[in-house]
Write a protein that binds this ligand. Structure first.
Ligand SMILES: Nc1nc2c(ncn2[C@@H]2O[C@H](COP(=O)(O)OP(=O)(O)OP(=O)(O)O)[C@@H](O)[C@H]2O)c(=O)[nH]1
Ligand SMILES: [Zn+2]
Length: 188
């Protein structure tokens, strides 16, 4: 007998619960598709952030601010399992080690592919960067739209949630923080 606890079985039950016929042509493969889709969307539970970075950490005598702006973010809110999405800006001041630039985007994906709160996601990214290369300071700003506020609930279409995490010199120095905030302003 098929295990009724598999994601496929649960989605089939969901289809029944909403009044659908899971055996009709268009839905017959839907439980399998949804299960695969969640496997991808929540792949972050099977990844370690350290692995997302690989070996791409380079020794470089650089102690100026590095910024990667406008990294797309797609995540799922842990309250409704609905997407929130937007952009993430990362800045850090190295102390002898820099990241391969793509790895910062991989790091965002790794943490975003879990059930999240935007605040926690922002902080996890900042803390990892600070700890992994002993950065002097780190700033992460995230601007996202939450579908659980748009498609349902309060139904606000234009609100944008902005979260930030400022660590080390980004926290302690107003000048550093302001330099970061100025550099992540959109040009267009
Ligand atoms: N702080 C924070 N809140 C979030 C995030 N994603 C969703 N939420 C909120 O989590 C809250 C859950 O509130 P509840 O009252 O338990 O759930 P609900 O009845 O579905 O709330 P409504 O969305 O207001 O209808 C809502 O206010 C959501 O907007 C997030 O990333 N950060
Ligand atoms: Zn939500």
């Amino acid at each position: 007998m098929a295990d009724d606890k598999t994601t496929e079985a649960l989605i089939r039950q969901l289809l029944l619960n909403v009044g659908e016929d899971p055996d009709r042509e268009g839905l017959v493969k839907t439980p399998e598709r949804v299960a695969k889709s969640y496997e991808f969307l929540l792949r972050g539970y099977r990844q370690r952030p350290e692995d997302a970075m690989g070996d791409a950490i380079f020794h470089e005598d650089c102690n100026h601010m590095v910024i990667v702006r406008d990294i797309e973010v797609y995540s799922l809110c842990e309250h409704h399992l609905l997407p929130f999405f937007g952009r993430c800006h990362i800045g850090y001041i190295p102390q002898g080690q820099v990241f391969g630039v793509s790895k910062l985007a991989r790091l965002v994906d790794c943490y975003a592919s879990r059930l999240q709160l935007q605040e926690r996601l922002t902080q996890q990214i900042a803390r990892f960067i600070k700890g992994h290369i002993n950065a002097e300071g780190v700033g992460v700003v995230m601007e996202c739209h939450h579908l659980c506020m748009m498609m349902r609930g309060v139904e606000k279409q234009n609100s944008c949630m902005v979260t930030s995490a400022m660590l080390g010199s980004f926290h302690n120095s107003e000048a550093t923080r302001n330099e970061f905030l100025q550099l992540i302003q959109r040009q267009n």
